[in-house]
Write a protein that binds this ligand. Structure first.
Ligand code: DQA
Length: 144
């Protein structure tokens, strides 16, 4: 059986995983996270493509690509989660399964993180399990 393609899209500052506030985000680097996602995906019959950008425009473009191709998306929009209506509108165009993920639990942190402007347009959300949030999201996509 051919593996189903899935995008794992990571937003701003996530390229600095491992060195960025490790007490909150852990010690796994972005490269290591990408390898883990590829491995977890393969076990689930998914061909995972991991991308990271600090650019809102680039992330919007990748969501347009998902909307056009029908590829499901695991999205950690990072800080864009809390205020980017452009991202929200792009995500609303994706008709395949979409999972909002966070390493930390934003609801348990500063009040500006309590708002997610994308939560209402994703299939579901997983937060607070560190890198395991991504494994759970891929599992959800595989089961969708
Ligand atoms: C994050 C949570 C966001 O509030 C924050 O801006 C991030 C990472 C997380 O994965 O826990 O950059 O999305």
């Amino acid at each position: 059986m051919t593996a189903r393609p899935v995008f794992v899209l990571n937003g701003p500052n996530l390229g600095r995983l491992g060195v960025r506030e490790p007490e909150i985000y852990g010690h796994t680097t972005h490269a290591e996270l990408a390898d883990l996602c590829a491995r977890w995906g393969a076990e689930l019959g998914l061909a995972v493509e991991v991308r990271q950008t600090d650019s809102e425009a680039e992330l919007v473009g990748w969501l347009h690509e998902a909307a056009e191709s029908g590829v499901p998306v695991v999205l950690n929009a990072a800080a864009f989660t809390h205020y980017s209506y452009a991202l929200r509108d792009a995500l609303a165009q994706v008709s395949s399964a979409t999972v909002e993920v966070h390493l930390s639990n934003p609801a348990a942190r500063e009040s500006f993180r309590h708002t997610s402007v994308i939560a209402s347009v994703v299939t579901g959300s997983i937060s607070g399990f560190g890198v395991q949030s991504y494994r759970l999201a891929l599992q959800a996509i595989a089961d969708a």
